[in-house]
Design a protein around this ligand. Structure first.
Ligand code: 4AZ
Length: 232
């Protein structure tokens, strides 16, 4: 998170992080006791056995009260690694997490896309500057503005095509998600409405952050059909 503030997990108890081969890689959101919502690009090309999910910890260097293996992951069949269309995946945990009041909680999925020009909260352990290499030791959060999609399309004109499965948010030049925040939640009115997906750099004036639009019809359909198939 660029331009945010340190927080603690009790402020974002639905936020989890994942390690791949022992290394911190991405964030995610607990949408049930067995299911983590994250980005397809966090797990694409890998095997579930390589991953662990950690919940209830504010810091990457403390022992998390809850850690779980990943039994399977389910990437949207429409995910495109070239333009990040449908950057969404569901991770089924090997065992259910124990909910811990004020530390580990479930968040509802977004039913309606957030209103343009409203504010939403992003959180994670991602880098605090575009050129940093290491994640933040302590979880951070920031409020960002949901941009009208036309404004975002103009920003990326000639650079990338935005699909209906994407939404944009930022405080241009100041606040944004960044490397390591991927897969983590954008929360609006207590629901997870976005998944940190991509952007050109971080907190640049010209290029807002792009999120998977959880309430868009293709994303909702993927999540609902997958949950029906794999259980939750
Ligand atoms: C990344 O590299 C990344 N500013 C994530 C989010 C954003 C940019 C890059 C959005 O994982």
């Amino acid at each position: 998170i660029v331009g945010g503030q340190e927080t603690t997990i009790d402020q974002v108890p639905y936020l989890v992080y994942m390690r791949q081969g022992g290394f911190f890689i991405c964030g995610g959101s607990l949408i049930s006791i067995r299911i983590v919502l994250s980005a397809a690009h966090c797990v694409s090309g890998a095997r579930p056995e390589e991953y662990m999910i950690y919940a209830g910890a504010s810091r990457l260097d403390e022992e998390a009260p809850v850690s779980r293996r990943v039994a399977s992951f389910h990437i949207s069949p429409s995910y495109s690694g070239s333009n990040f269309d449908m950057d969404v995946a569901l991770l089924k945990l090997g065992e259910a997490v124990h909910l811990m009041p004020g530390k580990v909680a479930i968040i509802a999925r977004c039913t309606n896309p957030p209103e343009a020009n409203s504010y939403a909260r992003i959180s994670g352990w991602g880098v605090t500057r575009e050129n940093n290499r290491n994640p933040a030791a302590q979880v951070r959060a920031a409020m960002v503005r949901i941009l009208p999609i036309e404004e975002c399309r103009r920003s990326y004109a000639g650079v990338a095509q935005l699909s209906d499965s994407m939404l944009c948010a930022a405080i241009r030049g100041l606040r944004d998600s960044c490397s390591g925040d991927s897969g983590g939640p954008l929360v609006y009115r207590g629901q997870v409405c976005g998944i940190v997906s991509w952007g050109f750099g971080c907190a640049r004036l010209a290029f807002p952050g792009v999120y998977t639009n959880v309430a868009s019809s293709r994303v909702r359909t993927f999540i609902e059909e997958t949950l029906r198939r794999i259980g939750h």
